[in-house]
Design a protein around this ligand. Structure first.
Ligand SMILES: Nc1nc2c(c(=O)[nH]1)N(C=O)[C@@H](CNc1ccc(C(=O)N[C@@H](CCC(=O)O)C(=O)O)cc1)CN2
Ligand SMILES: Nc1ncnc2c1ncn2[C@@H]1O[C@H](COP(=O)(O)OP(=O)(O)OP(=O)(O)O)[C@@H](O)[C@H]1O
Length: 203
């Protein structure tokens, strides 16, 4: 079925029940699989992200403070900071709102936020580049997060930002169920490869 079908848009404000339930099943399976992932893979993934970003002029980039078993972007955040990038990290607002981003530097105080997230206690800022965490993804560029819809709302509000999804390669699934607000990412970086979904489109 087409990603943005009529029946999806009929519901107006969210996923159909079967889409939401299919997403939940993938999240559960992936959370379990991630507990077996090798954390040292984060280092290779950070190196690949850095290789992609170093060709750009330093600007304001949204990184992420990791949650348990997730890719750890902290080595990349430090490296980019040393290279003159302004690092931002998300603050998680109540569900239904886009993320806020706050400036981070290696010495800034951090505080605990919603759902086990941690965010800098710095000024609010707006990113030019957004690194997007994913619980699962597919080769079309669709992603699943923890189910808040935060990044979908955030990227919709930042149409000019350059969005780059990142995850361990074991987080790839054949097909992410898609709802009316899911927009595919233009690039996904894993520790093994850079996936450019447009290259996978059938003519
Ligand atoms: N490291 C990191 N930070 C991030 C994200 C992320 O994916 N990774 N987010 C990506 O968007 C946002 C946080 N989104 C989240 C949304 C829900 C849950 C969560 O634990 N949900 C519970 C159910 C909560 C409830 O509804 O009561 C769960 O999954 O069991 C966690 C993070 C912003 N910060
Ligand atoms: N821009 C939006 N406007 C309104 N509702 C949205 C928007 N984006 C997502 N949603 C809704 O939010 C709910 C959660 O979305 P989804 O399950 O795709 O979250 P997720 O992508 O896994 O979470 P996150 O983006 O926080 O990592 C769904 O019902 C979805 O339709």
């Amino acid at each position: 079925m087409a990603p943005h079908s009529f029946s999806d848009s009929m519901t107006g404000s969210g996923d159909r029940p079967e889409t939401a339930s299919d997403k939940r099943a993938i999240r559960l399976a992936m959370k379990a699989a991630l507990q077996q992932a090798d954390p040292s893979t984060s280092t290779t993934l950070c190196d690949r992200l850095y290789a992609r970003l170093r060709t750009l002029a330093p600007s304001r980039i949204a990184c992420v403070w990791p949650m348990p078993d997730e890719v750890d972007l902290r080595p990349l955040s430090h490296r980019l900071h040393e290279q003159g990038w302004q690092i931002l990290m998300p603050e998680t607002p109540p569900k239904g709102s886009p993320l806020l981003f706050r400036q981070w530097d290696p010495d800034c105080p951090m505080r605990e936020g919603r759902f086990g997230t941690v965010c800098p206690d710095g000024p609010i800022d707006v990113p030019d580049v957004v690194l997007v965490p994913m619980l699962a993804f597919d080769r079309r560029g669709y992603r699943l997060g923890y189910g808040g819809g935060y990044y979908d709302r955030t990227l919709a509000a930042l149409p000019d930002a350059c969005a780059i999804g990142y995850a361990f390669s074991v987080q790839e699934v054949p097909h992410i169920p898609v709802g009316p607000f899911d927009v595919p990412l233009p690039v996904i970086v894993t520790e093994k490869e850079d996936i450019i979904p447009a290259e996978n489109l059938q003519p």
